[in-house]
Design a protein around this ligand. Sequence first.
Ligand SMILES: Cc1cc2nc3c(=O)[nH]c(=O)nc-3n(C[C@H](O)[C@H](O)[C@H](O)COP(=O)(O)O)c2cc1C
Length: 442
Amino acid sequence: MSRMWASALLQQCPKVYPLLIINQKAKRPFLLSPRVNSIYQWRFQHSDVPMSMSWFYRRAMRPVLFERDSEAIHNRTLEALAWVSQSEIFCDALASFFEPEPLPTQLFGLAFNNPVGLAAGMDKHAAAVPAWAALGFGFSELGGVTWHPQAGNPAPRLFRAVADEALINRMGFNNPGAEAVAAKLAGWRSRGLWPNHPVGINLGKSKIVPLENAAEDYAKSLQVLWPWADFFVVNVSSPNTPNLRQLQDKHALDEVLGALQEINRRAAESKAKGDLRLPSPKPKNPSLKPLLLKIAPDLSWEAIDEIIEVIEARRVNGIVATNTTVARPDRTNSELQRVYVESGGLSGRPLRARSTEVIRHIYRQTKGTLPIVGVGGIFAAEDAWEKITAGASVIQLYTGLVYEGPSVVKEIVSGLRQRLASAGLMHLRQAVGLAAEQADGR
Ligand SMILES: Cc1cc2nc3c(=O)[nH]c(=O)nc-3n(C[C@H](O)[C@H](O)[C@H](O)COP(=O)(O)O)c2cc1C
């Protein structure tokens, strides 16, 4: 075991991981400390026993992590995951703790091992692409990525509202730019470290580009990133780029989506002709890559209905509902009041109900024909089940990972499997929109 590896492990989790060896064949970690090892070996033989890791994270690790600045902890965690991502063995070790039982589903022609994805904003540099699959996520959305590299807003720009289990961020699309991200993704592929799950990219608008040139700016990013991801999400809903959300207006949105679908079509044609530098093996039936739109939770029902019309006309494959909100809950707690005066987008528990409402509305308006990726305030299986039965086909989370820790995916998937079984359903898609339909008496 290299010294660097050992010291990084000790830094991340000094009590649990010292002297960890991976049993490659069984893909299980083996700890040389006999007492800890016997607990973990027992744990793996009883994988149906509810995880205690999230309890450990919430009680022991989270208070220590939350003592420090939120962006600094985010960066340290990403550095550690980027480091783990360099080796298949380390990813296997991570997976042996966190990979859930499968709960497969299909959407936009992509196969998902489970419906719980990583939401945009966590990995804007594509720094830890293999690690997200190892943490059990059924898919990941990288970015937001803009055409121009940008530093984002001045710090501090990420705040915890701990009593509400929420975050406020005004990061402002800090990212290295589309070309750098494409190079990073090409690197993961060429080294054989590409994850075994769908990878999407969240596309944002560069801050320096005026709104009237937004379509071209998005299109340039899609052009260079097209070969390297399985799906794309057009983000016109971040509250942290001035006026960005105006692109949710019908005409502006139509222009952006039209330009992106044109690039999508041309790239698919070029791929079919073998023009692009593409990862091999080349797919047999090249086609357009799924393009989704991510919307804000603060839109009126009329505005959402107009967006649905544009989406359907432009043959967009689905909608991601929702981004963070500019609304703030009314609180008397002075600590929360202090955080809630910060500008930016609010995520986490306070967003849950509104994002579910938006999902339910879209599901009803489209009669379940438009795939929905549900995101906003998912911390546990019951939140995920609420989103799915409101109409989401798959779900994503960000803030839930910060507050619940790395076993959150495994716990959600396990809870969803139990809920399906108790509802007598064979497949996840049978649960999609169930509550919305029952409420409508269908
Ligand atoms: C720090 C931070 C950065 C984010 N960056 C992006 C982004 O670049 N693009 C985007 O579409 N959403 C971004 N989001 C929004 C999340 O993807 C998600 O929609 C939102 O946080 C609600 O989900 P949650 O409650 O599970 O966090 C960001 C969220 C946070 C907390």
